[in-house]
Design a protein around this ligand. Sequence first.
Ligand code: DGY
Length: 321
Amino acid sequence: LELLAALKMEKIGVAMTTPMFTYLEKQLEQRFNLFKLWIHPLNSDYLQQNAKSIRAVVGCTKIGADANLIDTFPALEIVASFSVGIDKIDLPKCRVKGIRVTNTPEVLTDDVADAAIGLAIAVSRRICESDRFVKSGSWTKGGLGLGTKFNGKSVGIVGLGRIGSAIAKRAEAFGCSISYCSRNEKHHSGYKYFPSVVDLAANSQFLFVACNLTQETKHIINREVIDALGPNGILINVGRGAHVNESELVSALLEGRLGGVGLDVFENEPHVPEQLLELENAVLLPHVGTDTIETTIAMADLVIGNLEAHFRNEPLITPVI
Ligand code: DGY
């Protein structure tokens, strides 16, 4: 029976939107009839001829499933995202068409929170700048300026979901006081709730962004918030680039209205505003918050697990819809 079920799955067409992780690609290839859209794009004859056989799409934060992609596959049943963020998936369209959607929550929470704290310390203790200082031979010529403490500071978190809570837990261990702002007030004992991001920023020395990207949270970090955080404040974003109005961020840094910034995400990845590249108080990562071997494998296994569950008519492991 197992063998029969496996043979049946081999015929199911699954489209992968872009190269993500070789292990995931191999696992998909072993189980399904895999179509790689970077080799056979949507408008290619080959893909068009096979479009009707494609019942699943595997997307990620780079290329998800927009309306055009969804419409290309008339038999599409499920979109499995190799990410927790689902902002690159046209959810309303999936809802209307009855297409299921899954993501990869939980398994990546700790790594993203670790990356957020790493960024905070890297910016405040000038870790990357210090590394460049030593490697460039400057140490023999003089000293580097002082950093600022992370431990004991007031930390504000925008979005107290899984990742925001994991950041809070870590910051608590550093003796920080925690405040937050969240879609739903959660009355977390010991954490102070602010209904407005501006007020949260005004009461924080470090502001972490860890919420989902929606219409409401786009550019939630604007000039007003940045000015409330102030010239000694440090902003950390591990959510999505579009949470931050990048041109207002760049102006604030250039004018000394913000102390520093640590970013793992950018609005137009892989493009980064050029002026940020020159700034010592900006630590920039190429969207690697989840990028550990262990977590990336766990995310891939969740994608596979969700697809297999769907095609076996079993409950999805991590359904979004
Ligand atoms: C996610 O899972 O959404 C992360 O941003 C990695 O893509």
